[in-house]
Design a protein around this ligand. Structure first.
Ligand code: C2E
Ligand code: MG
Ligand code: MG
Length: 576
């Protein structure tokens, strides 16, 4: 046995440790005890060296070695490489020892405390290879990669299965792409104002001939970690391009499609250039593809990501911020970087039962985005109640199981074909009509806000705007396309009878309820004149409104008029 030691810490070298550990394992097993291999790694060592220099970095390593020696004894410890330390010990008191080590470590760290990650492999048979035992302890330790406090993790059977799956996914990715085991599913995004599909999001599924169905949760992280996700993401882009071409070849009008990108896509290839080249080769307009990037990707390296987001946008791709509100959101990002849309994380809706705060936060975020000129989608819409709330607060687009789960291509194409009727999309928004609906959606029904006096304080806390409504008119009928909650409350109190969300013919509205208001509304819709209207009611109240035509649908000829109720007076006294 050649006794070799690490120059820096004086601990046994890796090869010498293997021999020492084997002897200690056999010794403990012979006594009837269960040995354990413990792997230690310091989180943030690289940055520490960078910030404080290698001399202080070395001091930190020496400090860790000395407390390891205190707890486990010199000949039971080793420094393998860099900041990786390994120990052999009795599994019985391993946790107590590690706890003591954590507190000693906290006291020693001069330049701030770096967390320690600890992985444990319990050796249960004499046949265990010591090198494998050390590797397994490291595997358990690596699971703590994304934790930022000192922590301990054990190696177990599940971990082994996870590892096996990980290896399978990495080694079969190319085959899965070539054989189309990876399927792209599409989930529609619905415009709140008309209930029609205005976008579709591409989401991948891996349907394996041997192992069955893998959802993104099974493979996305693994492929990201292995720096292979760019292959999957470019494949998804290729599939989306094929789909758009198919829809076009059927004489139909494709909606915009969005794809999700990962952080590593931006390092492992020139993802902007690659996607652009693919769209150009297919002769597709860049506006047909939207890029979804999560907030955490942006935060990981702000300046670099800002550059990439701007490149996409300058090339005519829309860029959306996905999962907003899922992590530690910083509104600063919105200040310094332009997005076309913010997608609110489904956790907002799924916390709905927990009280009023979620609603207040979401309604104000939607308002803020609208004021910034950024569109909004909320994901995870599962109930009618979710939908109604989001429509009220002016969220522009909606996505969730309430409409449909992500669907495989065949089902989506089927829907396209069967929804086509007389050249008008019933279910899907057509490109020609899109600007009309965008105009309607963008009117902010909340921006002339000042607090309304209502008895219902809870209501008031997130609906504190003046009453506003967008009405749609055909030549002979009218309906409410959008209104805010203040308008609903106002109209319930003021009018004996209200127009609803369905088109109503003018001549079915009783004469005494029509008033001069309808005549002005029709005039505004037809001429595009901006009008201030004072309408007096028999009971002495007068309603003062302002109205403006905001858009004309080029396909149906329907006109949209936005109306704000400025005040209500009763015999000269202000009521609202
Ligand atoms: P995401 O982009 O936020 O996608 C939304 C996820 O929520 C999807 O899960 C979707 O199926 C699910 N979802 C949609 N509506 C509802 C709902 O009403 N309720 C609930 N509970 N869930 C809903 P999925 O398909 O499992 O994807 C998970 C995540 O994996 C995605 O989150 C995305 O970040 C990532 N991902 C999926 N496909 C790809 C891909 O091809 N490339 C990359 N880089 N990431 C992908
Ligand atoms: Mg997404
Ligand atoms: Mg999302």
């Amino acid at each position: 046995m050649e006794k070799t030691y690490d120059n820096l810490t004086g601990l046994p070298s890796m090869s010498y440790f293997y021999e020492l550990a084997e002897a200690e394992i056999n010794h403990l097993l012979a006594k009837g005890d269960t040995p354990a291999i413990v792997f230690f790694d310091i989180t943030g060592m690289k940055q520490y060296n960078h910030k404080h220099g290698f001399r202080l970095g070395d001091e930190l390593l020496i400090a860790l070695a000395s407390i390891l020696i205190e707890q486990f004894g010199n000949e039971n410890c080793s420094r393998f490489i860099q900041d990786h330390f390994v120990v052999v010990t009795n599994s019985k008191d391993v946790e107590d020892k590690v706890e003591r080590l954590f507190s000693a470590w906290k006291k020693r760290a001069k330049m701030g405390v770096l967390p320690l990650r600890v992985g444990v492999y319990v050796v249960d048979s004499a046949n265990t290879d010591v090198v494998v035992a050390c590797d397994n302890a490291k595997v358990a330790c690596d699971l703590l990669r994304n934790t930022y406090t000192s922590d301990i993790r054990y190696y177990n059977k599940e971990l082994e299965q996870d590892l096996e799956k990980k290896e399978y996914i990495i080694s079969h990715l190319d085959q899965a792409i070539a054989n189309k085991w990876i399927n792209v599913y599409y989930q529609p995004i619905v415009r709140a104002i008309n209930g029609r599909v205005c976008e579709e999001e591409a989401l991948s599924r891996w349907i394996d001939p041997e192992r069955g169905f893998f959802s993104p949760a099974d493979f996305i992280d693994i492929l990201e970690e292995a720096h292979l996700i760019y292959k999957l993401d470019l494949y998804v882009v290729d599939q989306v391009i094929e789909k758009i071409k198919t829809i076009k070849s059927l004489g139909l009008d494709p909606v915009t499609h969005s794809v999700n990108l990962s952080r590593t896509d931006f390092n492992d290839c020139d993802i902007v250039g690659e996607i652009c080249a693919r769209m150009d080769a297919a002769e597709l307009d860049h506006s047909l593809l939207t890029i979804e990037i999560t907030e955490s990707i942006i935060a990981s390296d702000f300046e670099y990501m800002k550059l990439q987001v701007n490149r996409f946008r300058e090339l005519g791709f829309k860029v959306w911020m996905d999962d907003f509100g899922s992590g530690y959101s910083s509104l600063d990002v919105l200040h310094d970087l332009e997005f076309d849309l913010i997608k609110f994380d489904m956790s907002f809706l799924h916390k709905f039962g927990d009280g009023i705060n979620g609603k207040i936060i979401l309604s104000n975020l939607v308002r803020m985005a609208t004021d910034l000129g950024i569109d909004t989608v909320c994901e995870g819409v599962e109930t009618e109640e979710h939908e109604a709330f989001l429509q009220d607060i002016g969220c522009i687009k909606l996505q969730g199981y309430y409409y449909t789960k992500p669907l495989p291509l065949e089902n989506v194409v089927d829907r396209y074909i069967h929804c086509e009727h007389n050249g008008v999309h019933i279910d899907f928004e057509s490109t020609a009509e899109m600007p009309y609906f965008e105009n309607l959606s963008k009117i902010n029904l909340y921006d002339l806000s000042w607090a309304l006096e209502t008895e219902d304080r809870e209501f008031d806390r997130f609906y504190n705007s003046i009453p506003m409504v967008v009405m749609e008119l055909t030549d002979d009928s009218v309906r409410i396309a959008r209104c805010n909650a203040s308008y609903l409350e106002f109209s319930r109190r003021t009018f004996p009878r209200n127009v609803g969300k369905e088109f109503e013919r003018f001549d079915t509205i009783p004469e005494q309820h029509r008033g001069s208001f309808l005549a002005y509304l029709i005039e505004c819709a037809n001429t595009g004149k901006r009008l201030f209207v004072d309408e007096a009611f028999p009971n002495g109240t007068t309603v003062h409104t302002f109205m403006r035509r905001i858009a004309i649908n080029p396909v149906t000829g329907i006109r949209a008029v936005a109306i704000a109720v400025l005040s209500v007076t009763s015999d000269g006294n202000e009521m609202v």
